[in-house]
Design a protein around this ligand. Structure first.
Ligand code: AHR
Length: 504
C-alpha cells in the first residue's frame, strides 16, 4: 500500500476557525424537542422540563450556534403561539411534518435551554418567510430583542423574560428554493422579500447578522442561478448565504458515499465563486460568507418511504421521524464532511449539524429512559474540542480509488488546525474499505516534538452502531505506534477510519 503524504507549514494557512462552525440545529420535528431536549416527566428533568442527561451530552458534544425552530417547520411557524403561559398556547397543525405542534416548548424555553448549555451556545433564529413576511419578522425581533418600553418588549417581560434575548444571528426563511417548502418562491420573489425583510430588521437593529437562503442542495435545478439572483437583491443587506447538504449511499455504492465530501467541497467552492461573482457585479468590497446550516448523513430515501405511509387524518404529536441509527461507516463519512468544512474555514463561518437530538442526530433518547451517543457524536465532539485555532493548508499526495459518482478520489482526506498555544491537531479519514493507509506528515517551521494522542474510530464491523440495548458498542480507541521524529509524523490509519492526531 502506498503512503499518503502532506506538509504542514504555519506560513500556509486557510483561516481562523469561527466557533460557529460547530453549530447544530433544533427543529420542531419528530422527537428533537419533545422527549429529546424537553421532557418534563423524565426522571432527570429540571424545573424547566429540560432533560439534564441530554444537556450533559450536548455540552460534551461542544455545540455552539443552535439554529431554531426549523427547517421546514419554520415556514408555517407563528412565533406568537410559542410564548406566554404554556397552558394558553394553541395546538397547531404542522404541515411540514404532518404532525400536531403543542407549542409547549417555545421561544423562552429555547433561550433557557441555550443558557443551560453554557456560554458557548448562541441563538440562531429562523424567521418564517413562507407564510409570513416583514411585519411578523419585525414583531418577533422586537419581542425578542428590544429591552423594554414597547408593547412587544413589555409582553416578553410580562411573560417572565425581563432580559432581552439578544439574538444576533437570523435566518431569512428556510429552503425557499424547494417545491416542498410551504410558501415556496422563485429566486426573484424570495430575493425581494428577503431584501425587504433584511432592510426592515436592520432599521430596528443594524448590528444583527443575516443569512439569506441559498439552495437546499447543489443538485437543485436552480442551483447557482438562485444564489446569483438572491444575492443581486440582497448583497449589501445580508452577511451569509446558506447551504444545505445531506448524504447517503445510493444503490449500495459505498465507495462514492465515502467520497461525499468531494461533493461538499465543490458545493462550497461553487457558492464562494457565485458570491464573489455577484460581489464583482455590484462593485462591493464586502465578502458574503457561507452558513452551511444543515449538513449530515441522512438516509433520506427511508424518510421518503415512511412519508408515503402517512394517513391523511393522522396528525400525531412528536412521532418518531428521521431517527437514523448511524454506523461506523456513517461516522467516517460524517468525519470527512467535518474535514471539508474545516478546510474551507476562511469562508464557511457558520455551520449547523442537522440535527441535535433524535432526528438524524448525534444524541438519541428514549422517552422516560436513557440518552446515548451515536457514532457520529465522536468526530464532532473531538473536532469541536481540538479544532479551534487556525486551519493550515493541507494538500495531500494520496493514493486514490475509483468512484462511480466522483471519478478518482483520494483515499486520504485531511485537515490540520493549529491552536493559539502552537499545538497542532490533524484530522484525517482513510476511505479505504480494505486497507490500512500509511501516513507521513512533514512539519515545517512548527515547534512540535511529541504525539499527545492518536485517537481513531474504526471497527472490524463497519456496520457496528450504538443502540438502546448496546449504547457503548462503538467509541474511539487509542492507536499506539504513531511517532514524531525530526519534524516527521508517521502514522498508520486503519481501514475505514476517522482519526485525530494531537501534536505538541
Ligand atoms: O433537517 C431536516 C430537514 O431537511 C429540514 O427541516 C429542512 O430544512 C431540510 O430539507
Amino acid at each position: 500500500m502506498h503512503t499518503a503524504r502532506f506538509t504542514l507549514d504555519p506560513a500556509f494557512k486557510v483561516g481562523e476557525v469561527n466557533p460557529r462552525l460547530f453549530g447544530s440545529f433544533v427543529e420542531h420535528l419528530g422527537r428533537c424537542v419533545y422527549t429529546g431536549i424537553f421532557e418534563p416527566d423524565h426522571p432527570t428533568a429540571d424545573a424547566e422540563g429540560l432533560r439534564t442527561d441530554v444537556l450533559d451530552l450536548v455540552r460534551e458534544l461542544g455545540v455552539t450556534a443552535l439554529r431554531y425552530p426549523g427547517g421546514n417547520f419554520v415556514s408555517g411557524y407563528k412565533w406568537e403561539d410559542s410564548v406566554g403561559p404554556a397552558e394558553d398556547r394553541p395546538k397547531r397543525l404542522d404541515l411540514a411534518w404532518h404532525s400536531t405542534e403543542s407549542n409547549r416548548f417555545g421561544l423562552s424555553e429555547y433561550i433557557a435551554f441555550l443558557k443551560k448549555v453554557g456560554p458557548q451556545a448562541e441563538p440562531m433564529m429562523a424567521i418564517n418567510l413562507g407564510t409570513r413576511g416583514v411585519a411578523e419578522a419585525l414583531e418577533l425581533q422586537e419581542y425578542a430583542n428590544h429591552p423594554s418600553g414597547t408593547a412587544l418588549s413589555g409582553q416578553r417581560i410580562s411573560h417572565g423574560d425581563k432580559d432581552p434575548f439578544g439574538i444576533r444571528l437570523w435566518c431569512l426563511g428556510n429552503e425557499m428554493d424547494g417545491p416542498w417548502q410551504t410558501g415556496h418562491k422563485t429566486a426573484e420573489e424570495y430575493g425581494r422579500i428577503a431584501a425587504e425583510t433584511a432592510r426592515a430588521m436592520r432599521q430596528q437593529d443594524p448590528g444583527i447578522e443575516l443569512v439569506a437562503c441559498g439552495s437546499s442542495g447543489q443538485s437543485m435545478p436552480t442551483f447557482a442561478e438562485w444564489e446569483a439572483t438572491v444575492l443581486q437583491e440582497t448583497y449589501d443587506l445580508v452577511d451569509y448565504i446558506s447551504l444545505h447538504a445531506y448524504y447517503e449511499p445510493h444503490d449500495g455504492d459505498v465507495d462514492s458515499f465515502l467520497a461525499s465530501a468531494v461533493d461538499m467541497e465543490s458545493f462550497i467552492e461553487n457558492v464562494v465563486a457565485t458570491c464573489d461573482h455577484v460581489g464583482a457585479r455590484v462593485k462591493s468590497k464586502k465578502k458574503i460568507n457561507l452558513s452551511f446550516d444543515e449538513w449530515n448523513v441522512w438516509y433520506l430515501s427511508r424518510w421518503e418511504a415512511q412519508a408515503k405511509t402517512f394517513e391523511q387524518d393522522d396528525w400525531p404529536e412528536a412521532p418518531r421521524l428521521l431517527e437514523d441509527n448511524y454506523s461506523v461507516l456513517d461516522s467516517v463519512v460524517f468525519g470527512s464532511l467535518l474535514i471539508a468544512l474545516l478546510r474551507h474555514a476562511d469562508r464557511v463561518t457558520v455551520a449547523c449539524l442537522a440535527q441535535l437530538v433524535n432526528v438524524i442526530a448525534p444524541i438519541m433518547t428514549e422517552p422516560g429512559g436513557p440518552a446515548w451517543r451515536q457514532t457520529t457524536f465522536f468526530p464532532f465532539a473531538q473536532a469541536s474540542k481540538y479544532g479551534r485555532g487556525e486551519v493550515l493548508d493541507v494538500r495531500v499526495d494520496s493514493p486514490t480509488y475509483e468512484t462511480k459518482k466522483y471519478g478518482e478520489a483520494d483515499l486520504l482526506h485531511a485537515t490540520a488546525v493549529r491552536a493559539e498555544d502552537g499545538t497542532v491537531t490533524v484530522f484525517a479519514v482513510n476511505r479505504s474499505q480494505t486497507d490500512a493507509l500509511p501516513l507521513e506528515v512533514a512539519l515545517n517551521g512548527l515547534d512540535l516534538t511529541s504525539v499527545v494522542e492518536h485517537s481513531a474510530l474504526a471497527d472490524a464491523d463497519p456496520d457496528a452502531r450504538n443502540t438502546l440495548d448496546d449504547p457503548e458498542r462503538v467509541a474511539p480507541h487509542q492507536i499506539e505506534g504513531t511517532t514524531l521524529q525530526d519534524g516527521n509524523l508517521t502514522a498508520v490509519l486503519e481501514p475505514l477510519s476517522w482519526n485525530m492526531i494531537r501534536l505538541s
